[in-house]
Design a protein around this ligand. Structure first.
Ligand code: SF4
Ligand code: SF4
Length: 103
């Protein structure tokens, strides 16, 4: 017998993919803790003088392509972005928070 599926149930781990996500994690604050070569135009300074990825008024990182929802600086993206794992608890949290705007 199959179980009923809650209205807002998220996809199981196998189904979690950046290609079915609205780049949810690219709205988080991303501190630049190492120099990976991020272009200066995408770098902002936080209230404590630290370097962070610039976010635009829509909330997403300035380096995100708004049409494809892909990172335009993937090869030189910050360390924090490299370490953010798809389907990790943090990823699932971000996806949950953005479930109303899935594309
Ligand atoms: S890592 Fe997770 S939250 Fe980030 S774009 Fe991929 S699926 Fe979305
Ligand atoms: S640098 Fe790329 S991966 Fe990192 S938050 Fe910005 S768009 Fe997302």
């Amino acid at each position: 017998m199959s179980e009923s599926i809650p209205h807002l149930q998220l996809p199981d781990e196998e189904a979690v993919s950046c290609s079915n996500c609205a780049a949810c994690c690219c709205q988080l604050e991303v501190m630049l803790i190492t120099d990976t070569g991020v272009p200066k135009r995408y770098i902002d300074t936080d209230d404590w003088g630290g370097e962070v990825m610039l976010r635009l008024d829509d909330g997403w990182c300035a380096a995100l392509d708004r049409n494809t929802m892909r990172c335009t600086i993937y090869e030189v993206r910050p360390l924090i972005c490299r370490e953010f794992e798809t389907a990790s608890p943090e990823c699932l949290d971000e996806r949950k928070g953005m479930s109303s705007i899935y594309r």
